[in-house]
Write a protein that binds this ligand. Sequence first.
Ligand code: ATP
Length: 357
Amino acid sequence: MTQELQIELNGVDKHYGAFHALKDIQLAIPKGAFVALVGPSGCGKSTLLRSIAGLETISGGEMKITDEVVNNVPPRHRDVAMVFQSYALYPHMTVIDNLTYSLRLKKTPKAEARKIAEEVAATIGLENLLDRFPRELSGGQRQRVAMGRAIVRRPKVFLFDEPLSNLDASLRVHMRKEIRALHDRLGATSVYVTHDQIEAMTMADHVVVMRAGVIEQQGAPLELYDRPASQFVAGFIGSPAMNFVDGVTNADGTAVTLEIDGAPELKLPRQVACNQKVTVGLRPEHLSISAAGQGTITTKISVIESTGSTTYVGAGDTGKITIVLSERRDISVGDTIDLSINAKDIHLFDPHSQMAI
Ligand code: ATP
């Protein structure tokens, strides 16, 4: 990927009256990148996307698109196209008219507009639906028309605002792949808002995790999974979520004692401050079950849920620790089990700052 930047945000702030919705946002998006903005409801991801689109005016900082400062440039001159979850199709227009609409506004000759729209329709599998109205299409087909409408404009940047949230689970997985393939084929730069961390992790080259108007951490998907900078990112990235257990490091900082029944001691991958209260992070998929007496954490199974391919086990009094098994095991609720984890897979957080140690 080239490092030439397509979008650059420097200290971007957004206020809605007294409410500070975006705080000092620093973001550099290289040409051709697929960037996901992810975070819980209300964290500011749509505000950030809409600010890039020019649909919101930023209150401070600088925003550049292809080296041009666009703070005061209206949306139509930013060379970006937005795809929404609501599709925003014109209900009284056929698919072909929806696709050619922006070209007709630009006074593109009718025959040429039709040719461009037909080519785009063919790349996204709409060629047989050109004369249908939106009400005669499935959700996935409507989503494709919405994307087609963005593509015909040949923008430098695609901005997606939760485009798949109205679709059912299997179509979502399919469209995820289609959008990413389309991005690659068009050599576009895409910014994609989602609250679904799996969508962000599987589609993007670069994931930006937001919380309360701030970028908590950004990086490659596996970097965020392997080295979360805070307890918030650790709990947000990965499914099911990371387990957090209180603990205290030992007298030489090489092990941690968990504050649960039996006070099990886990060896740490590296030395940390001694006799320190910590929050220990254990990913469900990194815990393995061994027979009683052969692991580190002795506990009792309180819940078992199986999807067929995957089994989720809740252990401890309230199912406090979740374990994910990809193989079938002969286990039942009430069994006493031992859990083990490799030292390298243990995460530690400061209970006060909640930052990784
Ligand atoms: P969701 O996933 O729920 O869509 P989001 O992360 O996209 O959430 P935003 O829509 O960006 O969140 O909103 C961020 C914050 O800004 C929220 O607290 C929201 O209430 C607030 N906000 C958004 N638009 C306005 C507005 N026009 N006036 C005042 N506050 C607003």
